[in-house]
Design a protein around this ligand. Structure first.
Ligand code: NG6
Ligand code: CA
Length: 503
């Protein structure tokens, strides 16, 4: 005889909720953004002189894109596109911003964070912002500063305003400078010296990291490092570069911990390996490539700590991690930190020509990894994808539509991102000093007046007074300009670029 067991509904609910704990239909999303990390800087992208085991593991657990892009070869424009889904060159004032710039992200349009927020996510940014703060340049750093990240969709923000080499060298939590002593107010100026702090220019003997000749970085000294811009006051609030990364990690982990049961979106914007490279002591000398390599090890470790936390909290299978970089690599970007002298044959841009600031592939083609364990099949994808496309793609994933007219350049590439389709964008515009357009493997770089080689940073810019045409399918390193052989392709792409610009 079959005995009928009575199961209490509560018990059933408990079992079901345990089974589905990791199967929330709305996955958490963590977007980890490196700063100036090149295509060839990770061992999963072919580096042999440096090992990045955590990022390799992330790549092995998801989709590793070989044709993934930032929109631009510098920080602010790439971040603008990531946030707004709009090409940055459509809007004036989206170039590299000083540390006192006003906010350039609109507060009344769809952004990546407010898309998630509308869909019921808890949203946060931890790390580098570099998209301006407040309504104007002149602002009181000692009062509430808005609008900023919180006004464009982040429930929580813990940031530094611009770059690690620009003042003010302080953290902001939501609208306020962290650890500010009101008796020691902060003043910031990008035109003239303020206060009595020594500058790198007048007191190089006080520096622990010398700036490179002719590259500035010799204004106010903070923590033994000359910065771009002048600041005074806020002595207690100034960061210690060696602790930047672990401070951000702690804040990111805190946010994840508190929100582990909700769907959350975390934009974790790391500062490595941007200058000044001043990693924590535990990474010093570990890479053998000098401070830049050590900073990459710190970055890799940080990503590993986040992965560990997700596992411990048992939310790893319900969390999408996307990892990328805001622009290509640079070695000497303002400080004499041995990045050049101790390179040891390492190739930061991999097989690509150019680097940061460049219209050649090294400028925007960057590591791009998406992992969603249990849902996304591990693979390598050649689909052409850009960070700007995350907005439209996540809109589909979380079923949160984008109002008409917003995020106009963002393409829904969800199937490519999830490794379900090899098809990415068919057309993409790359942005440095000049614009380049890619279609069907052909790349056309618009003629530009600037120098072909930037001596200061030792990078080929991609500028040429002549049109350039490369066949990326056969010539990834852009060695052969085929413009003269294929004038019809040049004309087609030139017209195409014109049309996209007018859109
Ligand atoms: C440049 C700085 C460089 C770096 C860059 C911004 C000079 C000579 N060089 O102007 O050091 O700060 O701006 O980098 O000042 S980015 O990754 O944020 O775009
Ligand atoms: Ca950058």
């Amino acid at each position: 005889m079959i005995k009928a067991y009575k199961i209490s509904p509560l018990f059933l609910l408990l079992i079901l909720s345990t089974c589905f704990a990791q199967k929330n239909t709305k996955p958490n999303v963590i977007y980890i953004y490196a700063d100036d990390l090149g295509y060839g800087d990770l061992s999963c992208y072919g580096a042999t002189k440096i090992q990045t085991p955590n990022l390799d593991k992330l790549a092995a657990s998801g989709v590793r894109f070989t044709n993934g892009h930032a929109t631009s070869a510098t920080c602010t424009p790439s971040r603008y596109a990531l946030m707004t889904g709009r090409y940055p060159w459509r809007k004036k004032g989206t170039g590299i911003l000083p540390g006192d710039a006003a906010l350039i992200i609109p507060t009344d349009r769809t952004t990546l964070p407010n898309l998630f927020k509308k869909a019921g996510y808890k949203t946060a940014i931890v790390g580098k912002w570099h998209l301006g703060l407040g309504e104007q340049v002149e602002k009181n750093w000692n009062a509430e500063i808005k609008p900023g990240p919180n006004e464009v969709g982040f429930d929580y923000s813990f940031i530094f305003p611009a770059t690690a080499d620009r003042v003010p060298t302080v953290f902001l939590e939501n609208h306020k400078v962290v650890a500010l002593d009101t008796n020691d107010p902060i003043t910031v100026d990008y035109n003239k010296k303020v206060g009595t702090d020594p500058t790198g220019k007048d007191h190089p003997e006080l520096l622990k990291l010398q700036s490179s000749p002719n590259q500035g970085h010799n204004q106010t000294i903070v923590n033994g490092i000359g910065r771009i811009g002048y600041m005074s006051g806020g002595k207690m609030a100034r960061w210690v570069d060696e602790e930047l990364s672990t401070t951000f990690l702690a804040k990111a982990q805190q946010f994840i911990g508190v929100n582990q049961k909700k769907p959350f979106f975390l934009y974790f914007a790391l500062t490595e390996p941007h200058v000044p490279r001043m990693p924590a002591t535990m990474f010093r000398g570990k890479s053998g490539l000098g401070l830049r390599g050590d900073a990459i090890l710190q970055l890799d470790w940080t990503v590993g700590e986040i992965m560990k936390q997700l596992k411990t909290l048992n939310i790893d299978k319900n969390t999408v991690i996307v990892f990328s970089s805001d622009n290509g690599p640079v070695l000497d970007d303002g400080y004499q930190d041995e990045a050049v002298t101790r390179l040891n044959g390492h190739t930061p841009a991999g097989q690509f020509r150019g680097g940061k600031y460049s219209a050649l592939e090294g400028g925007t083609r960057v590591p791009f990894i998406l992992s969603w364990p249990g849902t996304v099949k591990p693979q390598v994808s050649g689909a052409m994808v850009s960070q700007m496309d995350l907005l439209a793609s996540f809109s589909k994933l979380i079923n949160q539509p984008i109002p008409n007219g917003d995020a106009p350049d963002s393409e829904n590439l969800l199937d490519a991102f999830l490794g379900k389709s090899p098809k990415g964008r068919s057309i993409f515009v790359e942005h440095a000093g000049t614009l380049a357009v890619i279609k069907d493997g052909w790349k056309y770089i618009s003629p530009a007046k600037g120098a072909a080689y930037d001596e200061l940073v030792a990078i080929e810019t991609g500028n040429s007074p002549e049109p350039q045409l490369y066949n990326l399918n056969e010539d990834k390193s852009e060695k052969h300009n085929l413009a003269a052989q294929h004038p019809e392709v040049v004309n087609e792409l030139k017209d195409l670029l014109m049309k996209i610009k007018q859109k």
